[in-house]
Design a protein around this ligand. Structure first.
Ligand code: HEM
Length: 184
């Protein structure tokens, strides 16, 4: 149960209809991204900070929130540049972000509303500046691809841990999940 980040990236690009023209639009607006990143970072951490559970995760250790603000700024800008044109580096970076969230115990209930907040704030900003839908659509697609990496890391790591601990095969594990899902 391993994941090849580049293959996963390609699959997500196809499924999300993330096209070359989306990439060109993002590249074109990379400087605009730099002008709004600070405001987006503030909105994001204000939102997380208003949730007691997420706030306690963010402030669990000294300097974490400061470090997080820095990494969020990088993450946001990488959506526009694609790092290496959304190639291997981009995919591996997104996979690593996913793994880090799993390690610190952040699940779908945290990360999905958080990404929805990013998309909402971007949309509001673009509307306020009367920017067209093309940039909003491209950003929404890449946000969803990044979200898929974090979600996939969660399921991959949890499944791997269960298989290792229990000694089950992947097939029997899948059957157990299907059986349980049928009775829940
Ligand atoms: C849109 C969703 C999110 C994005 C894009 C995001 C982005 C990132 C990035 C780029 C990193 C740094 C990874 C690295 O060090 O290589 C990180 C780490 C982390 N994130 Fe997030 N994050 C998201 C959601 C959340 C949420 C909802 C929480 C908590 C409630 C959270 C808490 C953390 C923590 C605790 C770390 C590790 C910080 C440390 O180094 O101590 N993240 N995140």
């Amino acid at each position: 149960m391993t994941l090849n980040p580049q293959e996963f990236m390609q699959k997500m690009e196809q499924r999300m209809l993330f096209s070359n023209s989306d990439k060109a639009i993002l590249n074109f607006y990379a400087d605009w991204g730099k002008t709004v990143v600070s405001e987006m970072t503030n909105c994001f951490y204000d939102y997380l900070g208003r949730d007691p559970e997420m706030s306690s995760i963010l402030n669990a250790s000294d300097g974490r929130i400061h470090r997080l603000r820095e990494t969020f700024i990088e993450w946001f800008q990488e959506m526009f540049t694609g790092m290496d044109a959304w190639g291997t580096n981009y995919a591996e970076r997104r996979w690593r972000i996913g793994l880090i969230h799993v390690r610190v115990g952040i699940g779908p209930q945290h990360v999905v509303p958080a990404m929805a907040t990013v998309v909402r704030e971007i949309t509001q900003k673009l509307q306020a500046e009367s920017k067209g839908n093309e940039l909003r659509d491209a950003l929404s697609k890449i946000c969803m691809i990044d979200l898929a990496f974090i979600e996939q890391a969660y399921i991959k790591v949890s499944s791997k841990a269960v298989l290792k601990e229990s000694g089950w095969t992947e097939g029997s594990f899948r059957r157990l999940i299907a059986t349980d899902a049928a009775v829940v």
